[in-house]
Design a protein around this ligand. Structure first.
Ligand SMILES: Nc1ncnc2c1ncn2[C@@H]1O[C@H](COP(=O)(O)OP(=O)(O)O)[C@@H](O)[C@H]1O
Ligand SMILES: [Mg+2]
Length: 441
């Protein structure tokens, strides 16, 4: 400030300083409000965008209207279904969206909400661009303002066509899954059958060679008797007949014929039983429960498996001669075969392998144990044993389905199957099944 200019007095200066300070404050307040406003605007835009993207992602249709039934908000799904733009729809009565026959019903929604009642979910038709109305499963809820007063309602509709398609797809997926499961069961059974074939062939060989032997003997006996009878017809002398009788061993032949025929029949029956067991084993039909001797069934299962082993493990059997049960014989047979097969697998190549089997009846439950002196089961594998495809066998030798299938069969028979390690080493599987299969399974 120059010396020749008039000086303001102190009080005048203070006023100016005050004014400038106030202006500064106002200015900074202004800047502050401006930034806040911009932030709020950004947040608002973001929220708006967020809501739009959520509404846009909905496949269900959305209609929001005010307390007078005028549309306030719709989503793209509704726009594309009705073929009318959002701008056209906003502010129009919501009831106009509905097909003629459902207009009255929809129009009553607000009346119900006004008196505090609920609108039950229902199927209604919506007018569409062209063609018949699109039926949606509609949910209608009230909307309240910040004071808790009814401000309108929100309707969400799921196109039934889409629902039905989803159901159909679910159904098809379910069907595919059960078919795949069925195929899995069949392939496990076929794999088991493949392994058993050698054992079964051996089993069949015994009675068949027995029947053959007997038939040859019977044929010889037949010609001896024929010779003797021809001589008798030719009126040969009594002494000659006696000599012939001795020569042809007719008395022995007559003595032997009965037991020979019985033995042959028994052999043929045995063949029939084996074929029957085999048929049952390979059958994919749900079989009806029948009464059978489970101990005999265990013997057959063991015979089938062991006969096919190169080095045969020792077998101990702790069971009465006969224990009857009424159950699905094929299932029980398949479980026992699987358990014995696993025991034989773990003992394969060993000279000192033993499989210990037992069967007892405890308060209406048949308890079958199959134990071996193999490697046992590693603790980490204990939980996985019954999972499908869990196998520790090389590719080609194990399917990993034997225990899975067996476990599920045991459940189906109303029982269960458990695995454990024996204190003396080796694994032990315990199958428990009711001696009468429950009616419901
Ligand atoms: N007696 C057993 N001793 C040791 N491990 C066993 C025994 N039985 C089953 N396991 C284990 O359980 C796995 C699954 O058995 P399983 O379901 O029958 O399929 P797979 O025999 O085809 O491997 C076997 O690979 C094996 O590791
Ligand atoms: Mg197996």
């Amino acid at each position: 400030m120059g010396l020749d200019q008039p000086r303001l007095n102190d009080a005048g200066e203070d006023v100016w300083i005050d004014v400038i300070q106030k202006m500064d404050e106002v200015y900074s307040d202004l800047i502050q409000s401006q930034t806040e406003l911009e932030d709020k605007n950004d947040a608002l835009e973001e929220a708006d965008e967020f809501i739009r993207s959520v509404l846009g992602a909905m496949t269900d249709v959305l209609i929001v209207c005010d307390a007078h039934g005028r549309i306030q908000q719709v989503n793209p799904a509704l726009v594309s279904m009705t073929g009318q733009s959002e701008d056209v729809l906003l502010g129009t009565p919501f009831a106009d969206l509905f097909a003629e026959e459902d207009k009255d019903k929809a129009g009553g929604f607000l009346d119900l909400l006004v008196v505090g009642k609920d609108v039950a979910p229902c199927d209604v038709g919506l007018r569409v661009k062209e063609g018949p109305a699109a039926v949606v499963a509609l949910n209608c809820r009230p909307r309240h303002d910040h004071r808790g007063r009814l401000a309108g309602m929100v309707m969400v509709g799921r196109p039934i066509g889409e629902l039905q398609r989803a159901y159909r797809e679910l159904d098809a997926a379910h069907e595919q899954l059960s078919q795949a499961q069925q195929r899995l069961l069949v392939s496990e059974k076929m794999a088991a059958l493949g392994r058993l074939v050698a054992g079964v062939a051996h089993e069949l060989n015994n009675p068949i060679s027995f029947v053959f032997g007997n038939m040859y003997a019977l044929k010889r006996y037949g010609s001896a008797i024929k010779k003797y009878l021809t001589a008798s017809d030719n009126h040969v002398s009594r002494q000659e007949m006696e000599a012939l009788r001795k020569d042809l061993k007719i008395d022995k032949v007559l003595r032997d014929i009965g037991p020979l025929v019985d033995g042959t029949l028994e052999g043929a029956e045995r063949v029939r039983d084996i074929v029957e067991d085999l048929r049952r084993f390979s059958s994919n039909q749900q079989e009806a429960p029948e009464t059978f001797n489970v101990v005999r069934l265990m013997h057959t299962a063991v015979d089938w498996v062991i006969k096919a082993q190169r080095i045969k493990p020792g077998i101990t059997f702790n069971a009465p001669d006969c224990l009857e049960m009424t159950s699905r014989k094929g299932h029980v047979h398949q479980i026992v075969v699987n358990l014995v097969q696993n025991a034989a697998d773990v003992l394969s190549g060993r000279e000192d392998g033993t499989i210990d089997l037992s069967c007892s009846s405890e308060n209406g439950t048949i308890v079958i144990r199959v134990a071996d002196n193999g490697t046992g089961i590693a603790q980490a594998e204990m939980d996985k044993l019954f999972e499908p495809f869990f196998t520790t066998k090389p590719i080609g030798s194990g399917t990993g389905l034997g225990l899975y299938v067996s476990y599920n069969m045991a459940l189906k028979l109303g029982g269960d199957l458990q695995a454990a390690n024996r204190p003396e080493g080796g694994a032990e599987f315990t199958l428990r099944i009711p001696d009468h299969v429950p009616q419901t399974v």
